[in-house]
Structure formats: C-alpha cells, structure tokens
Design a protein around this ligand. Sequence first.
Ligand SMILES: Cc1cc2nc3c(=O)[nH]c(=O)nc-3n(C[C@H](O)[C@H](O)[C@H](O)COP(=O)(O)OP(=O)(O)OC[C@H]3O[C@@H](n4cnc5c(N)ncnc54)[C@H](O)[C@@H]3O)c2cc1C
Length: 596
Amino acid sequence: MDDIPARTVDIVVVGAGIAAHRFVARMLEDPDRAVRITVFGDEGRLPYDRSGLARVVGGSPASAGELDRAPFRDDRVRLIDDDRVLRIDRGGRRVRARSQRWYDYDALVLATGTHAHRLDVPGIRARGSFLLRTMEDAHMLRAFLAVRATEMPRALRAVVVGGDEGGVDAACALHDAGVQTTIVDAADRLLPTHLTLPAASALRGIIEARGIAVRMRTRVTRVDPDATGAVTAVEFQDGTFARTDLIVTTGARPRDELARNAGLRTRPGGGVLVDADGRTSDPRVLAIGDVAADPASGGTEAALASADRAAATLLGARVASPVGHGWHGSPGGIEVVTLRVADGDEPTVDVPLPSRGDRVFGEVVLSEDARVVHRVTVIGASADASLAGLAPGSLDGQRAARTLLAAAVAEDGAEACTHGLPSAPLEVLAAELTDRGIRTVAEALDGAVESRGCGPCLRRLALALQERPEANFGVRPGDRGTLRPEVRLRGTTAAPVLEVRVGADSDGALLLVVGRLAARREATVRIDRGLLAVSGLRAEDMPDALADLRSAGAVVPEALIGGADLARPGGPIAVVRHPSRTGRRAGGARSAEGSA
Ligand SMILES: Cc1cc2nc3c(=O)[nH]c(=O)nc-3n(C[C@H](O)[C@H](O)[C@H](O)COP(=O)(O)OP(=O)(O)OC[C@H]3O[C@@H](n4cnc5c(N)ncnc54)[C@H](O)[C@@H]3O)c2cc1C
C-alpha cells in the first residue's frame, strides 16, 4: 500500500482457513520483513483444508487436510483461534472481536470463507440432520454413523442435499463407508457453477456407476422424524419421498456480513467485490478466498491464487492476473479441471476430447470459427501434463487447450472414423477451408450429417480452422476487430449471395462499398452478428464487386477472384462428403472434391 509507513506493518487477517494460511506464508517468505500479523479464527483450531472433511467422515484420521504449521510458529504471527471479529471500524482502522477487544491495522485482510446454508424445511432439526462445513461437523457425522450403524439391522441410508463439490465429496465418502447414498439438488446438473451439461452428465455417470443415486431438479420439502426424533424419511417437491437415516446439507453462502456492515461493496448474490489486486472498495481492506470468489470459480486453488495476489499487492510485487475463471477439484477423488477462458454470448461449438486412460470426459468449447477457446473441461485425468496450463490462475489456457486438441487429433490417427475427413493432412484441409472461404465448423459440415456428431471430424476441423493463415490463435473477444474482413460466396449462379464478415470495429470504407453495391443493384443486405449477406446481385456483377471489396481491405479468396464456382459455392468442403475409402488419396481434401 502506498502510504504504509516503513515501521513494522500491522496486518489483521479475519478468518483462519486455507486462504489465510497461504496469505500468511507468503507474507513471511522474507525473514527480515517487518510485519506483525494477527489472524482470527473462530473454530478453535489451526487452519486446515476443508476439502479433506469428507475423508474424515469416511474414517480418515482427523489430520486429513492439516496444513503446514510453520507460518504460525513465526514470532511475527499471532493466531487467535477462538475469537470472532464482529465489527470493522474503517475510519479508526481497527476491528472489534467478540472478546470486546479492539485490534488496530494498517491493512485488513478478509478471509472469512462461507457459511453453511441449512435447509429451511419442517423437521430439519431432527436427529440425523447434519451440515458439513467444519471439522467439528465431520466428527459429529462420523460419530453418528458409528452409533446409528449399531442400531440398524441393515445398511444406513443417507440423502445429501447439494450437488456441489462438497455434496459430491460427502456422498462419495458416505458411500465408501457403506451408506446407501442419494444426492439431491434443485439445479439441473452437478457442480452447476463449474460444469457444462455434457461435463456434468459425465460426472453423474461416474458417480452413479459407483452406486450413488442422483436426483436433480428437485428439492427436499420436509424431513420426517420417527417417534424417537430421528430422521426416517425425506419428502421431495414432487410429493415423492425416500426413506433415509440421515440428511447432510452442504450448501454454502459467502460470509460477507462483516464487509457489508462496514459499507464495503459486495456482489448482489453475496461475496465481497475486489479488484484484480484483491482490494475491496476500501484500498486498505483486501479480501481473499471464498468470500471474494467469483461465483463461477471458487474452491481451494482459486483461494490460494487470491491469497498470493493479495500478498503481492501488500508487498508491492505484481502477480499477473489469471486468464478466465477456473476450477480444479477432486470431489470423491474424481479429478475435475475446468477453465472458462473467454466469456461472451457468441455462438460456440463443443469439440469433444476422446476418453483415454484416466480421462473419462473432455471437451473444448470454441467460437464457431474455432479461433477463440471459451472453455475447456477434463474429468478424470490428474496425470495429464497438458492440463498444467488449465489450472485456475494459468496464463495460457488458450495454448493449453490447443495442445489438448492437437494431442487428441494425433491420437485419433488417420483411420479414426469413416467420414473421410481425418485422412486429409491438416495443412491440406486448412488450405481447402481457406480456398473455399469456409470460416466456421458449421459451414464446413453443412450437408455432412455424419460428421456433425463425430469427435475425430470435429477435432480435425477445429484444428484446421485454427491453422488457416489469418487465424490469429489466442485472440480474445474484443481484439477481434483487428482481423481483416472476409468475403465468400454462397447461393447459386442464378441467385448468388455475397457474404462479408466484418469485425466489431469495421472500416467505414468497406461498409460503404457494400452499401453502394447493394444500392446500385437494388440488392438486399441482411446483417446478422457481423455477417453482411448481400442477395439480389447478378453473377456478372461479381468480379467488380470482389475487386472493390478487396481494395477496401477485405480478404477475398483467390478462388473467387479467379472465377467463382457458383455451381457449388460455399458447399460443404468436399472431403467430409465421405468418398469411398478405396478411391481416396492421402491428401484427399482436394482429390475428393469431384465425388461430392
Ligand atoms: C466438504 C467440502 C468439500 C470440498 N471439496 C472441494 C474440492 O474438492 N475442491 C475445491 O476446490 N474446493 C472444495 N471445497 C471448497 C473449499 O474447501 C473452499 O473453497 C476453501 O476452503 C475456501 O477457503 P477460505 O480460506 O476462503 O475459507 P474457509 O475455508 O471457509 O475458511 C474461513 C475461516 O474463517 C473463519 N471465520 C469466518 N468469519 C470469521 C470471523 N468474523 N472471525 C473469525 N473467524 C472467522 C471460519 O470459521 C473459517 O474457519 C470443499 C468444501 C467442503 C466443505
């Protein structure tokens, strides 16, 4: 912070979770640094990794998730592990704890994590109803299982409310402990903040294959206790019910009330708003971990990355901002890596990655022209080195995604499917796409029905589209105006349609050319998301029109200048039209054209 004096700096950290632990460790890296850090926790224990809780329920020792104690042995750190901060006095730069004491700060770091979110339904306080948020919760649940198992002549049954990482983790741990378990969530998919529908259904498949039941899009509306007050059944929104001996709720909400009460800016859905350096709306107050997480990320790795950034901010160092929102977790021991590289609502295409080895599911979600990676998800492949770039906080998700795609294409080999496309060398395919003015996966597959759902075809096409000379891999939405406009022809000789794809910040000269062209011939221009489609022109107008567009800076494929083949303009690239395998040459993209 600019005006922090050169004397020993007082830092107060509220919350003693994994984010606080990392922050403290970072601040102490230099043994000569003059800091005094006071850390408040209210659980009466040293910080631990909450993602180890389910293992404790399942029988692992309480030390599961224990974190390195070294930072808290340092003389510069004071851990107050059983007091709660109740108020921030920003004007006086101090906080008040439940013990009524005040603590001064030069910088304040909020690391308060999340609250457990208990269901508010009749019967929820019955014996056998648990939250799973703290180590104490895990111990209570474990003790309950041990006692209840002796009272029951059969395997215990559990309903876990929450299809988030905590819910999946808890359900897997209960299942491993011999409990018949059902996950229930109102969302349409598991891990809804992290996964697309296909990814979530792959995860669901893994979980169901273990023997865990999953009920999505439903809510628990009532918990029925028996005569002794113990949970005996739950009722769902649709009126059905399930017998159960326990119910575990894992939902959580950002614990942002301290910040709100202190007038700091918060998100409408909960959570403290921070800038790229981790500062809140008061530059002396920073926030890290779950309480400051973007709703689409969160989780352990994001908490660690945010602690690194906040420490760097206070130390005057710089940590490059991560690209996109990511999440990496292993609920129930199932590795899940997902990175949202680019946001935006432009249409996308899902390119599946093949299952192989440990990888059960993979997908790369690309813009329609395959140039921008929107999202990458891999489930079940911890050892995959190419995932390194996909970790939350990574700087090169685009490149990592491309590496994954290229590796998948190499693994597919030439004979992966019978649709003809995979046999064409990539550069031949890329040249074919360029020559034909094909820009998107959909255009390339137009008419090639079999290839549409074919993983090898989609992967190869995506890679070939990225290989096109003007493809600027790594461009993000927003940079796209720097790409040159492109021209292509569709329609028939009798009714040609001239298409000009323009960027977000297009040159007026080009738009003028298109406008004049249309006005001269009384043609119609349809505009759809950057695509100008001019219809009503005559074939003989084309040479002049193309020359004008080119001189206005548009990319006009040579094949069009040299005499557009309007008999088959813009048709599907021939190679996806499945020539007979015997008649195909290795460089089949062009050779197959005649058979289309
Ligand atoms: C069962 C379970 C499984 C999970 N599995 C995964 C997983 O597989 N992958 C993954 O990435 N994430 C997982 N998570 C989420 C992950 O644990 C959290 O993202 C992470 O713990 C966030 O760390 P944090 O330090 O921000 O907050 P927390 O860990 O919540 O720590 C905050 C601490 O601050 C204390 N505190 C709050 N307010 C005050 C106050 N006013 N005064 C004093 N102390 C206060 C709290 O009591 C708490 O001890 C899981 C969570 C649970 C519960």
